[in-house]
Design a protein around this ligand. Structure first.
Ligand code: GLY
Length: 328
């Protein structure tokens, strides 16, 4: 096996260069260089147009807070918004009328926590963080997650708003599940951040597919599928039909593609193409990926038009709705 070694770190006035060392399958160190005009940090990025979430995350980052606090507090904004029917309080229920929430969080050291199909707790991302920090486990599901949340001091909350209840009762008249692209009832928030120290964290939270089978869990709380963070490389998160993201372990794939030298944009495009390679004749669903690398370079890509993502850094609070998509 020949030893491959690429350029090592060097910095010029014009360009910051990051090298990403890793051990290949032959246990040899390989270092891939990545040139950027400049390093952007701190920075927050989130799926869809959740501008209040990125604004909150940016506030935390700007004041010197950690990326972990930034992603949690950003995600909590959407979880608390009763008008957002895809996340947290006010989320659409399953077909039995129960709102069940999924969330996960991951930090710079690869620590992670998740809750799956949890009822009656308003901020699943906060419980996920407690799972990460207070237990030896990664995931807690259902009644166990809820019980743990109460033990941690979370209050019981009715998550089903009058609006979501009204729509569910209407849906029950036909009980047909027909997703409409971009309003497929699962506009998950995935949020990634790099803090002033250069450390990366991510969080993902959702009420999942509206009117799903009781107990259905999508990609959002699954580390590697809905979210993945590698502090050496970058992070990625997903929104859309979770089943397809799980099948390709989408967020992990995107981080690995960045490790191999792709930009966040290129990696997101490849991630979407891998999904469509397994769904050649399907035009009826949406997936969106966003990603960030260690330098604060970002990217996003989706199957259908209509997806967008937000970034917030010293360069401003940007809605990337002019992003490209596969089926254009
Ligand atoms: N992406 C969210 C879900 O499928 O539940």
């Amino acid at each position: 096996m020949q030893r491959r070694k690429f350029l090592k770190n060097s910095t010029t006035a014009a360009a910051a260069v990051i090298s990403v060392p890793f051990i290949n399958s032959c246990q040899e160190e390989v270092t891939i260089p990545k040139k950027l005009a400049k390093t952007i940090r701190p920075i927050a990025i989130c799926t869809w147009n959740f501008e209040n979430a990125t604004a909150k995350a940016w506030q935390v980052l700007k004041e010197g807070g950690s990326s972990l606090d930034a992603v949690q507090q950003g995600a909590m904004i959407e979880e608390a918004d009763v008008n957002n029917q895809t996340v947290g309080v006010g989320g659409r229920p399953d077909r039995d009328g129960n709102v069940t929430l999924d969330a996960c969080i991951m930090d710079k050291d690869g620590n992670c926590g998740a809750v799956l199909a949890m009822q009656n707790i308003a901020s699943p991302v906060s419980v996920a963080r407690k799972v990460m920090e207070e237990t030896p486990h990664v995931m807690l599901a259902g009644k166990g997650a809820e019980k743990f949340a109460y033990e941690q001091g979370f209050e019981k909350t009715n998550l089903l708003t009058e609006q979501s209840k009204k729509e569910w009762l209407e849906w029950k008249k036909t009980s047909q599940y027909k997703p409409i692209i971009n309003i497929e009832n699962h506009d998950t928030i995935g949020i990634l951040a790099i803090d002033k120290k250069g450390d990366i964290s991510g969080a993902c939270t959702t009420s999942g597919m509206g009117y799903k089978y009781a107990g259905r869990v999508g990609d959002s709380p699954i580390i590697g599928a809905g979210l993945f963070v590698d502090n050496e490389i970058g992070a990625a998160t997903a929104t859309g039909v979770g089943e397809e993201v799980v099948r390709t372990v989408g967020s992990f794939l995107i981080v690995e593609l960045m490790r191999q030298g792709k930009s966040p944009q290129e990696a997101c495009e490849e991630g979407v193409k891998r999904i469509m390679a397994k769904n050649k004749d399907r035009t009826d669903f949406q997936i969106g990926f966003i990603a960030i690398n260690k330098n604060g370079e970002t990217g996003g890509y989706c199957i259908q038009p209509g997806f967008t993502y937000r970034t917030y850094s010293e360069e401003g609070h940007i809605d990337n709705s002019s992003m490209s998509f596969l089926k254009g």
